[in-house]
Design a binder for this molecule. Structure first.
Ligand code: FES
Length: 128
């Protein structure tokens, strides 16, 4: 099979620009709306996800020079003491990521650069 050497289409490039790809400073994954809710009830994780989306938008963190990218994960495989969140590039894993904790993660880690030690249960950066 030949590699696809077409130029990327306009819609793809528009989405790259719209979501700040190229300016992403941190990426937060949140376990929410799970197929099998194990770490926390689905309603609770959806509340956390809606809060995260709203606050990142309100704070201008999805469109600025330093973008925070967000991804709703179906399950991050820890499945205890959720909602579970994960922030890269540090690879910081968080438990109990409800709105009050997410606000601290946003202010202290995503903006301030300092992980929230009280809710961090593991650290695994992908680069040395
Ligand atoms: S169900 Fe949330 S980490 Fe698995």
């Amino acid at each position: 099979m030949m590699p696809d050497e077409r130029a990327p289409d306009d819609e793809l490039l528009q989405n790259v620009a719209a979501y700040g790809v190229g300016r992403i400073q941190r990426h937060i994954f949140l376990c929410a709306d799970q197929t099998e809710p194990k770490c926390a009830p689905r309603e609770r994780t959806l509340r956390a996800w809606e809060y995260l989306k709203r606050r990142l938008g309100e704070l201008g963190l999805t469109t600025g020079v330093h973008v925070v990218y967000r991804t709703k994960a179906n399950c991050l495989r820890i499945c205890v003491d959720g909602p579970i969140a994960l922030v890269y590039p540090e690879g910081t894993w968080y438990r109990s990521a409800d709105p009050d904790v997410l606000e601290r993660i946003i202010q202290e880690h995503l903006i301030g650069g300092v992980p929230v030690a009280e809710y961090r249960f593991a650290e695994n950066p992908l680069v040395p």
